[in-house]
Design a protein around this ligand. Structure first.
Ligand code: CS2
Ligand code: MN
Length: 359
């Protein structure tokens, strides 16, 4: 297991790399060129510069999250071939600079969605919250306004204003799309890029839909056991794999996370470990990594990973905002302290699993 920490880049993340280096067992920074919009080429020079900046500070750069997929590819428009060509070029450039794994998603229109980015928890901290009634009461445009207001002007990856400006057109374009149609377009994309991935030794790790149920009736591909099976079956190459996010998948408590790790482990290249607390009515809030704080069996997840011999990358996913962090000084879900505490908990679970062996 290789521990990692997501970082948004210099001038774009209040957390200095020097602090990340102080978190025990953490050698890898999960990075991206966050100024890039979907469909834009990441040039070798830009990649080299970012990689050198991180490496000069003593950290590694094996994982990128995310190279976003252009909407025309998801929609299967004739222009998709051009964007697929650019995507392959970006993958080559990343691989030539030592990148091993790319996390991405295939959700129509919206990336991750929450209704409240700084919701109070009973311990005096705040965390990201998803409330079904609130989602059901707003239009897509109102949701965008709400997310933008909540984030206090910090850009949120996957929520680029350029793309969201066209929200009505996009919804129109997806009319009549169901899961099968989206999966067909996914197959076209993955079949086209896998030869490049194999040749250059760079693995694709698709992130689950977040939340794992439909928003505004849009199709979903990566949300539960049976769908993940179907998704992996579209191309049998190991280079077509998963980011297994326990927070996203765990927001649907019917997902048997431990069993799923045993079932899909040879296709899991990247782990996001996060705990959530799901209420009876399906609302969920992101809590600390401590197992008892939420509904995700974090200890069971770490034990399962040890048992299957997981040697991929792992990061704590979102954390609470604690020790004075708030909407003015951190990116929602991506503060320093709770993710660092999370790492120490995950390190502890892993070490204990190792010590006990497969007992
Ligand atoms: C998610 C996403 O794991 C996360 O932080 O909330 O933002 C994720 O990074 C993307 O969907 C992956 O493409
Ligand atoms: Mn995640």
């Amino acid at each position: 297991m290789k521990m990692s920490f997501r970082w948004y880049g210099r001038d774009n993340d209040p957390i200095p790399l020097e602090y990340i280096k102080q978190i025990p067992n953490t050698r890898e920074v999960v990075w991206a060129l966050h100024n890039k919009v979907a469909g834009e080429l990441w040039t070798e020079e830009e990649i080299k510069e970012e990689v050198a900046y991180i490496k000069d500070r003593g950290l590694e750069t094996s994982v990128v999250e995310s190279v976003n997929v252009h909407e025309d590819i998801k929609l299967g428009l004739p222009t998709r071939d051009r964007y697929i060509g650019i995507y392959k070029e970006t993958l080559k450039n990343l691989a030539n600079n030592g990148v091993k794994v790319v996390c991405y998603n295939f959700m129509p229109i919206f990336d991750w969605t929450r209704t409240d980015l700084f919701h109070p928890l009973e311990d005096g901290t705040t965390a990201m919250f998803f409330e079904n009634n609130k989602i059901n009461a707003v239009s897509p445009q109102e949701l965008i306004d709400l997310m933008q207001k909540e984030s206090q002007g910090m850009t949120m990856p996957g929520w680029e204003p350029e793309r969201l400006a066209k929200i009505q057109e996009l919804f129109h374009a997806y009319e009549g799309y169901d899961d099968d149609k989206l999966r067909e377009n996914f197959k076209y994309f993955i079949d086209a890029i896998i030869p490049t991935c194999e040749e250059y030794n760079i693995k694709m790790a698709i992130h689950p839909d977040d939340p794992p149920f439909p928003i505004f009736g849009l199709p979903r591909l990566v949300n539960k056991d049976t769908n993940i099976e179907k998704l992996l079956a579209v191309n049998s190459s190991k280079y077509h794999g998963l980011t297994f996010c326990t927070g996203s998948l765990g927001s649907d408590p019917s997902n048997p996370l431990v069993d799923m790790i045993h079932k899909f482990h040879d296709r899991i290249h990247f782990m996001h470990v996060r705990n959530v607390r799901v209420s009876e009515n399906g609302d969920f809030i992101e809590v600390s990594h401590f197992t008892e704080d939420g509904t995700v069996d974090v200890v069971g997840v770490m034990k399962a990973l040890y048992e299957v011999g997981f040697d991929g990358y792992l990061r704590p996913d979102h954390g609470r905002h604690i020790f004075g962090e708030n909407s003015t000084n951190v990116r929602a879900g991506y503060g320093l302290y709770d993710r660092a505490l999370g790492i120490m908990y995950l390190n502890g679970c892993w070490d204990m699993a190792k010590r006990l062996g497969n007992r």
